[in-house]
Design a protein around this ligand. Structure first.
Ligand SMILES: Nc1ncnc2c1ncn2[C@@H]1O[C@H](COP(=O)(O)OP(=O)(O)OP(=O)(O)O)[C@@H](O)[C@H]1O
Length: 254
């Protein structure tokens, strides 16, 4: 089986500050990987390099063997690399059904045809209904985003990402800010992601990492210091040293 996603010797420096230092990794279809690291380790920069929001100083990003390093964010989405949207990207006066309808039109290259009520088109409606059902949002389909709870907004982000039919999904702290009472629904949605989807989740919550990931990658000062099984990460001397004194050390001791 060949990799769906590869990062090869990726480097990024801001002036003299090297923030991503020779990072290489690959993922297969169906992988469930957590990317963790102390504050300032370079996780956000790494995601920005991978999605095309930032240009690397050197190195390569490949999707299904195709180099995409010189392709912009939209081209990478079209090739199957999708990052979960932040809640702040949702339109407060639009409904979940409208968000998902637009995402489906975007994916199918029909977003220029926004005349009329696109949600009445059978092909769009069928897909939107299916996504709403899968993410437990069906009853909220036609409510404004501003009227729905934060946890449900985060589920909507996930639904939008899935509407783009990714082969690689980058999730940035999918349960952050969600009240404890609603995190179970997010975790259920994560557990029910398509089996062949490769998922890379950036997460600080170690309990969620251990429940979700089959593999953990630890980034510290821009370098991968661990890439292996969740059961081994807490025992690793370099990982413990990187987290020493940081807030997450407690999680690693768990
Ligand atoms: N545009 C920039 N110019 C200069 N330095 C930057 C820039 N963006 C990030 N950095 C620096 O790069 C380092 C890594 O930052 P980054 O935000 O990628 O880390 P992170 O692991 O996502 O941190 P956190 O977990 O706190 O969000 C930090 O030292 C940060 O100050």
């Amino acid at each position: 089986m060949s990799a769906v996603f590869e990062v090869i010797n990726l480097k990024k420096a801001f002036g003299g500050l090297v923030v991503t230092n020779d990072v290489s990794l690959s993922m297969m279809a169906g992988d469930r990987v957590a990317l963790i690291g102390p504050n300032g380790a370079g996780k956000t920069t790494f995601v920005n390099l991978v999605t095309g929001a930032l240009k690397p100083s050197s190195g390569e990003v490949r999707l299904r063997n195709e180099p995409v390093t010189r392709i912009g964010p939209t081209g990478r989405v079209q090739r199957g690399l999708v990052r979960s949207f932040q809640v702040t990207r949702l339109f407060q006066c639009m409904t979940p059904a409208e968000h998902l309808g637009l995402a489906v039109l975007q994916r199918t290259g029909k977003s220029a045809q926004l005349h009329g009520n696109f949600l009445t088109r059978p092909a769009v409606m069928e897909e939107v209904d299916d996504l709403l059902e899968r993410l437990g949002l069906y009853a909220l389909a036609h409510r404004k985003v501003r009227e729905i709870a934060y946890g449900q907004q985060r589920l909507l982000e996930l639904a939008i990402a899935l509407a783009l039919k990714p082969s690689v999904l980058l999730l940035d702290e999918p349960a952050a800010g969600v009240p404890q009472s609603d995190t179970g629904r997010i975790e259920d949605a994560l557990a029910n992601l398509p089996a062949d989807l490769a998922v890379l989740m950036i997460e600080h919550d170690m309990d969620l990492v251990f429940r979700f990931a089959k593999r953990v990658i630890v980034l510290a000062t821009g370098t991968i210091i661990f890439d292996g099984l969740p059961a081994d990460v807490t025992k690793d001397a370099r990982v413990r040293e990187a987290y020493l004194g940081s807030y997450a050390n407690a999680g690693l001791n768990a």
